[in-house]
Write a protein that binds this ligand. Structure first.
Ligand SMILES: Cc1cc2nc3c(=O)[nH]c(=O)nc-3n(C[C@H](O)[C@H](O)[C@H](O)COP(=O)(O)O)c2cc1C
Length: 332
């Protein structure tokens, strides 16, 4: 049996498949099932910046009402573990329960759109026992009055604040929108973060042409959604100074193998587990090991990044956006 363990952000994972942050990672029962399925790590469902800020404000109000507000007591009171149940308490309990019950690494996740107001919570997450922290910062550059730098500054400021507060590895999960994506990813990878997750999937807005009501576009991906992440993992894997996790559109063994060949050290999966159940993890692992046997590979490092931009025989394949030949001959 070939060896499929991998190193992700300095954490040793027994398999390169990570259960992505989603509704599949929000209870201890689901996490235990995921560990049994063979995933190498779990990313917990994100807690949102707004939930953290609301919790903090409520705690401060309580402190002022009781006349008990000193700067040195803030940290304790902001995150009082014994308070009534709320999303923040539940989140911290999920982390500590997961650490008690699982042997695989537990990665917490904060979904944020600004750089402050929530950053102290990173430290609390670390104290609760998380092995790593993923920051889901997904900025849509839709405000034309802001410069690209104004927009992207949020990533760097958030990272600076969080890295000053925790020792656990931190990764950034981001979307594909940036003025110069390659430069941004390279720069981010040099800030001290341990991983980049390429990419988060956007919530796509849609509306009904008869009622003009907004509707949900498809929440789950299909295998055809893999190509954007595949291109960027391949382009960046030889250039960034941190681990890469591939996310979006990885549904099967072939998708997993492609991402490893492109240079990802792990893949994160959600939609395929929603569609096919946790048994899909074992199926993907079996497809991977079967392929490794056929190719004569004994471990992942023997082929990791072999099809990346820096190592492949044809790097232009990742850079040409429109291939003349492909368009000219299509349908002939
Ligand atoms: C129902 C659902 C809930 C999700 N919730 C979160 C979340 O809380 N935080 C997050 O970072 N990503 C969340 N995601 C995004 C996934 O982690 C993942 O990045 C995305 O689904 C693309 O991967 P996939 O093609 O394997 O589904 C969610 C996805 C789904 C389908």
């Amino acid at each position: 049996m070939p060896e499929i363990s991998t190193n992700y952000m300095g954490l040793k994972l027994k398999s390169p498949i990570i259960a992505s942050s989603s509704g599949l990672t929000d209870t201890i029962e689901k996490l235990i099932d995921l560990e049994k399925s063979g995933v190498g790590a779990v990313v917990l469902k994100s807690i949102f910046e707004e939930e953290i800020i609301q919790h903090t404000q409520r705690s401060i109000e309580k402190m002022s009402a009781s006349g008990f507000i000193y700067p040195e007591t803030m940290e304790y009171f902001e995150y009082d573990y014994d308070e009534i149940e709320d999303p923040v308490q539940n989140y911290l309990k999920l982390i500590s329960d997961a650490k008690k019950k699982l042997t695989i690494p537990v990665i917490a996740s904060i979904n944020c759109v600004s750089e402050n107001g929530w950053d102290d919570f990173a430290h609390v997450i670390e104290k609760a026992g998380a092995d790593a922290l993923e920051l889901n910062i997904f900025l849509l550059p839709s405000d034309s009055t802001r410069s690209a730098d104004d927009n992207e500054k949020i990533y760097f400021e958030a990272i600076k604040r969080v890295l000053a507060k925790v020792k656990i590895p931190v990764s950034i999960k981001l979307g594909p929108y940036a003025s110069n994506l390659a430069a941004l990813l390279e720069k981010l990878s040099k800030t001290g973060i341990a991983g980049l997750v390429l990419f988060n999937r956007s919530y796509n807005t849609d509306f009904d042409i008869n009622t003009l009501e907004f509707t949900n576009s498809s929440v789950l991906t299909t295998p055809a959604d893999i190509y954007h992440s595949l291109r960027w993992v391949a382009l960046m894997s030889g250039k960034v100074k941190c681990s890469l996790a591939a996310s979006t559109g990885v549904h099967d063994g072939a998708g997993l193998i492609k991402m490893l060949l492109a240079g990802a050290s792990t893949v994160q999966v959600a939609s395929t587990l929603y569609r096919n159940g946790n048994g899909q993890v074992a199926k993907m692992i079996s497809e991977l090991t079967h392929w490794m046997n056929e190719q004569g590979y004994k471990n992942l490092s023997e082929f990791s990044g072999k099809m990346s931009y820096t190592k492949t025989y044809n790097p232009a394949a990742f850079e040409r956006i429109q291939f003349m030949q492909q368009y000219r001959n299509y349908g002939k």
